[in-house]
Design a protein around this ligand. Sequence first.
Ligand SMILES: Nc1ncnc2c1ncn2[C@@H]1O[C@H](COP(=O)(O)OP(=O)(O)O)[C@@H](O)[C@H]1O
Ligand SMILES: [Mg+2]
Length: 286
Amino acid sequence: MAPLLECTDVHVAYPGKGWGSSPIKILKGVSLDIHRGETVGLVGESGSGKTTLGRAILGFAPVTGGQILMGGQDYAQVPLAKRKHMASELQVIFQDPYTSLNPAMTIEEILSEPLVVNKVDNPKKVIGELLERVNLPPNSGGRLAREFSGGQRQRIAIARALALRPKLIICDEPTSALDLSTQRKVIDLLLEIQEQTHVAYLFITHDLSVVRAISHRIAVMFDGEIVEQGTAEKITTDPDHPYTQRLLMASPVANPAEQRLRRTARQELLARQRAEGEDRWVVASA
Ligand SMILES: Nc1ncnc2c1ncn2[C@@H]1O[C@H](COP(=O)(O)OP(=O)(O)O)[C@@H](O)[C@H]1O
Ligand SMILES: [Mg+2]
């Protein structure tokens, strides 16, 4: 079966600042497929272009080359009148549940917006089902977004993303603003929803340990290019690319003894890579 999403040699560039300056290339030929019901993790440091790829898929970034197909169709070629339907197949969850939801709106208002716009029958009933799906109390509809904790707000954002039964949800660092135990609960919820609905996720994060828990496959981005992709197991235990090896070594482990071993192994790896001339893969967040 053809992939749900096919990105082929995607380039994104922003116009340079000032007259006559050359464009700023952000994505330099990214190819990535996502199948139905699959989670693909996208990791890489801050500034590597992860959000830009998400925006390109959503149609919000200046794609200057390559092709993005959703269900075999090129978004950019679809007439505006038809786009609304396609747009409902594709949803997004952002990092910060404090800014992505209007704090002064009630949960019911937030969830009914996409339902009303898309003329979904019986929005009240659908809202009840959505609240149940994300494990929020059935009576939370009348409360304001600002009355909820970070984890609960992220549940509301997930419910809103699910409202139109999308095929793909782009999750852009959805757990990065949450504490560890809340992160775990949100990941578990996303996994449970995927089992029930067969939705696919593009899960963007700088954190390899988070992405491992949720992904089937992982793609690693460095400076606007995907340098390696493979199964979650392979990428998080035995990566081939020197940058992924460094990223893995830089990700913290919970156990202090293991962390000490990790530090030694990391120094050995860096020394080996230096000796082999693989020195340009700097991991800034280490
Ligand atoms: N609208 C824009 N105009 C110019 N440059 C941008 C714009 N948006 C993002 N960038 C640049 O693109 C690069 C990648 O950003 P981003 O995709 O947000 O990275 P990530 O999500 O991996 O942290 C950064 O260098 C950023 O400054
Ligand atoms: Mg980002």
